[in-house]
Design a protein around this ligand. Structure first.
Ligand code: GSH
Length: 208
């Protein structure tokens, strides 16, 4: 059976749990990272030298780390979630990379600063900058969603791992105690994701 290593409070682990739930893939999860430690143990480092979560070990022993690479690996044969057609696949890939290199950078600053840092130790200037930048990035998503057809109104058209990669931080964006510009298409997308039981189960809990 597939093993997922990682605490379920990590947005990068949440993606993998949500995808497995959407696909009905059986898995077992091993707590690791944060207060659970284990990621610096030699056995873990032999799987993932970055000492981060998630890491997966498939039934045949295949090990994969980097959450978006894990999403691609798990649904390589799922046309609906990761299209095979190069043109459609490129659109999903572009948003997967954008999530890691743009959106997640600002959202990590906000989440770690506001939820995991005592108030007195917060870098308010960095938080303000990250909020402004994140709002601009959600503005890009607002524009992307505006161009989608009804019924194919996810980030890359049909529901895909692009939505799964962004879903955990999308919930944080709406749950964090911050000001947000009105972005009705982003809000409606969030509500469409919340209507999916697997998203609600894995990604939309209290922020800890
Ligand atoms: N780009 C990596 C980032 C992995 C990462 O930084 N994970 C965080 C949790 S979201 C982590 O391992 N933090 C250290 C820990 O939990 O001990 C991925 O997407 O898998």
């Amino acid at each position: 059976m597939l093993t997922i290593w990682g605490r379920n409070t990590s947005s990068n682990v949440m993606k993998v749990l949500w995808l497995c739930d959407e696909l009905g893939l059986p898995f077992r999860r091993e707590d690791a990272g944060g207060a659970f430690g284990r990621t610096k143990e030699p056995a873990y480092l032999a799987m993932n030298p970055n000492s981060t979560v998630p890491t997966i070990v498939d039934a045949d022993g295949t090990v994969v780390w980097e959450s978006n690479a894990i999403l691609r690996y798990l649904c390589a044969s799922q046309e609906a979630l990761y299209p095979a057609t190069p043109r459609r696949r490129a659109v999903v890939d572009q948003w997967l990379d954008w999530q890691q290199t743009s959106l997640n950078v600002r959202m990590s600053t906000l989440f770690l600063g506001l939820i995991r840092t005592p108030e007195a130790q917060r870098d308010q200037a960095a938080l303000a900058t990250a909020r402004d930048q994140a709002e601009g990035l959600f503005g890009i998503l607002e524009g992307q969603l505006e161009g989608q057809l009804e019924g194919r109104d996810f980030v890359a058209g049909d529901f895909s791992i692009a939505d799964i990669a962004m879903g955990p931080v999308l919930h944080r964006w709406f749950a964090l105690p911050i000001a947000r510009a009105e972005q009705p298409r982003v809000r409606a997308w969030y509500e469409r994701l919340l209507a999916r039981p697997a998203y609600a189960r894995h990604c939309a809990g209290a922020l800890t």
